[in-house]
Design a protein around this ligand. Structure first.
Ligand code: IPE
Ligand code: IPE
Ligand code: MG
Length: 232
């Protein structure tokens, strides 16, 4: 019998995380939502290191969606400043951990300072050999797909195998595991094309409470999944 299904007994090559629940985490403690975002960034740094140690190749982190501009302007500007400061001050973090950084999303809609720091970080890290962290900032999958289609010169040559060439980061493989914290059961416009056959884990844990143990447990859960891709 042909073996067409694949057992996920290994580490996922590409994990995407929808890091949700920062605001609720803070509000539960009567703290401003922004405190949740700050704690959320610390957690993201921890998980980057754990993912690298676990042998993950690509970790996509949803940091700001194309829909998040609808939030109050104070929260949006706090997030933009948090991202800028992080990129500016943490070259060492990326160097020590040999993390390559890539960006997906609409660069031109971002404040100039974010564009500049992102570009500098990507350049600084381009030869590092460890995990690749893909920062989804001003990212929406529908937006990415529409922009991709507009890049195609000969639409008749398009197929399922070559479409990725037009996406924001063409080398990014399909998502193996998509994790969403924060208790919502939706994907909120994250990597729609790339997640067609992803395994999903939804957890009620709010992102600032998500620990290395939570992540390692999710890796164990992934191993138990039988990936059939439509075959038997
Ligand atoms: C996710 O946390 C981070 C961003 C969207 C930037 P939220 O800010 O959405 O937190 P909740 O969902 O309101 O708790
Ligand atoms: C998704 O979270 C976006 C990020 C984590 C950056 P949201 O909080 O924006 O998603 P919805 O609004 O609950 O769908
Ligand atoms: Mg949310």
């Amino acid at each position: 019998m042909a073996e067409t299904s694949e057992s996920s007994s290994s580490v996922p090559k590409h994990i995407a995380i929808i890091m949700d629940g920062n605001g609720r985490w803070a509000q539960k403690q009567n703290l401003p939502r922004t405190t949740g975002h700050k704690k959320g960034l610390d957690v993201a740094k921890q998980i980057v290191k754990t993912a690298r140690d676990a042998g993950v190749d690509y970790l996509s982190l949803y940091a700001f969606s194309t829909e998040n501009w609808k939030r109050p302007k104070e929260e949006v500007s706090y997030l933009m400043n948090l991202i800028t400061t992080h990129l500016k001050e943490e070259f060492n973090f990326y160097k020590e951990n040999q993390i390559r950084v890539q960006h997906i999303g609409r660069l031109d809609g971002l404040p100039k300072k974010v564009q500049k720091e992102l570009q500098e970080t990507i350049d600084f890290c381009k030869n590092f050999q460890g995990l690749t962290v893909v920062l989804a900032i001003n990212y929406g999958s529908r937006d990415e797909i529409i922009r991709a289609i507009k890049k195609i010169e000969n639409i008749q040559s398009l197929n399922e195998e070559n479409f990725h060439n037009y996406l924001d980061y063409p080398e990014l493989p399909d998502v193996d595991l998509l994790i969403r914290t924060g208790g919502e059961y939706r994907i909120s416009n994250m990597l729609l094309w790339q997640s067609a056959y992803a395994e999903f884990i939804f957890t009620k844990t709010l992102w600032p409470d998500y620990t290395n143990e939570c992540f390692l447990n999710d890796l164990e859960t992934f191993k138990t999944r039988q990936r059939r891709y439509g075959a038997l």
